[in-house]
Ligand binder design. Structure first.
Ligand code: ATP
Ligand code: MG
Length: 420
């Protein structure tokens, strides 16, 4: 079924797929698909071809995810900022997903190269993202994976939201209307999603919109820390710094979207109503201006913004955020209150014969045995969202190993999920 074209036998390029598409260069690789540009033999139109290896996807339980992606995209064909799906084909071993080709590539690649945007260019992309998400929310579909790799540009520079692979259709909701799958990308992920509790997906998308707008205007992510507990603390305390050039109105919107409490967080629909958002809505010249702006910036701006896109794309594997970790440390979200974790840490320490030391007020417990010192730090990120970090503060390797493993198993009872 998949035959090599006689004209260009090199590599995969030139391969004719199912007698309909000629395969071109590779655009990228995702966690379960390879993406190539392809040309329709009958119309000459360029498309993007997502090639999914069924063997791999079935092994890792990915098939439902793909089916969901297709279902969700099919229902969202009428929005200009939602990437279109043309056709789905399958052989015994592969699924071919033919989608609209976003010739402009990833928006964030541009940002990495050229730095932050001016306010009107940023607003234009923000309008396009919010309008696509609001369209989806109306249909009961949430994206849940708004991240740099999924925000593409077509040849005119219009934003295209791709990849509803993690989106949840209404029928995937639990009876209380809340979602239960943890997914997304840490730097863009709302605190309640990281906590893996039931959450309102539309509000989680609103959070990601807030991060997106901040990044466009600032040129860096609002919450960034090699240490995930420190990052949680920053999120909870809304600890991020606006660079001086961000306007008052834009700050106010970002502030309301980055509300750690989903109940009081501004929704995507609310943001659309704001005067800042409405300004120059649908004025296409912004997009053209953007390209000129980027060209100019490229010439004048030698400083490349340090986006850590690798850490942004690590999915929910929070360990991807931790660099150069030397000693043993583990983090978890807890089933119990912050005080509950502190109490448990003290109990475990006593039970296992550790010296227990608790600092007044602070939610920190020190545990010592022999030469090993372990610190348990507890944080309440938002109401009901408790994160704890257990780490070896001092010790000697061999001894440390035994003390560490006996301690860790004891915590299991109060752990909702481990993060590394
Ligand atoms: P995930 O597996 O979580 O979806 P991902 O978004 O990086 O991660 P893919 O959706 O498989 O993975 O896409 C891989 C890369 O291919 C993207 O990052 C993007 O750069 C490129 N790409 C995907 N779809 C298109 C498209 N329609 N047009 C142009 N480039 C695309
Ligand atoms: Mg993707």
């Amino acid at each position: 079924m998949v035959s090599r074209s006689r004209k260009s036998p090199e590599k995969q390029s030139g391969t004719v797929l199912l007698g309909k598409y000629e395969l071109g260069r590779r655009l990228g690789v995702g966690s379960f698909a390879k993406v190539h540009v392809a040309r329709s033999i009958s119309t000459g139109e360029l498309v993007a071809m997502k090639i999914i290896d069924k063997k791999k996807t079935i092994d890792s339980g990915m098939e439902p995810r793909i089916i969901r992606e297709i279902e969700a995209m099919r229902r969202l064909q009428n929005h200009p900022n939602v990437l279109k799906i043309h056709e789905v084909m399958a052989t015994k071993s592969k699924i071919y997903l033919v989608v609209e080709y976003a010739a402009g590539g990833e928006l964030f690649e541009k940002l990495v190269r050229y730095g932050r945007l001016n306010e009107s260019a940023a607003r234009r992309y923000f309008q396009q993202l919010a309008s696509a998400l609001s369209f989806c929310h109306r249909d009961g579909i949430v994206h849940r994976d708004v991240k740099p790799q999924n925000l593409l540009l077509d040849k005119e520079g219009n934003l295209k939201v791709s990849d509803f692979g993690l989106s949840a259709l209404p029928e995937h909701r639990s009876c209380n209307g809340l979602l239960h799958t943890a997914c997304g990308t840490p730097a863009y992920t709302a605190p309640e999603v990281i906590a893996q509790r039931g959450y309102d997906g539309a509000k989680a998308d609103a959070w990601s919109c807030g991060v997106f707008l901040f990044v466009l205007l600032a040129g860096y992510v609002p919450f960034d820390d090699a240490n995930i507990v420190a990052m949680y603390r920053k999120i909870r305390k809304r600890e991020y710094r606006f660079p001086s050039w961000i306007s008052k109105q834009a700050r106010s919107i970002i502030f309301k979207l980055l509300d750690p409490n989903p109940e009081t967080r501004m929704s995507v629909d609310d943001v659309i109503e704001t005067a800042w958002f409405q300004k120059s809505l649908e004025v296409r010249s912004d997009v053209v201006e953007l390209d000129r702006f980027l060209e100019k910036e490229a010439k004048t701006n030698n400083v490349v913004t340090a986006f850590d896109l690798i850490s942004l794309s690590s999915g929910l594997d929070l360990s991807g955020l931790l660099v150069g970790r030397m000693r043993k440390e583990k983090r978890f979200t807890a089933k119990v209150s912050a005080d509950g974790v502190v109490e448990k840490a003290e109990m475990i320490g006593e039970k296992l014969g550790f010296r227990v030391e608790k600092k007044d007020e602070a939610k920190v417990v020190g545990l010592g045995k022999g030469r090993t010192a372990v610190v348990v730090e507890v944080l309440e990120l938002a109401e009901g969202l408790v994160v704890a970090e257990v780490k070896v503060a001092d010790g000697e390797e061999e001894e440390e190993e035994t003390h560490w493993s006996e301690l860790i198993v004891e915590f299991e009872e109060i752990v909702l999920s481990w993060h590394n």
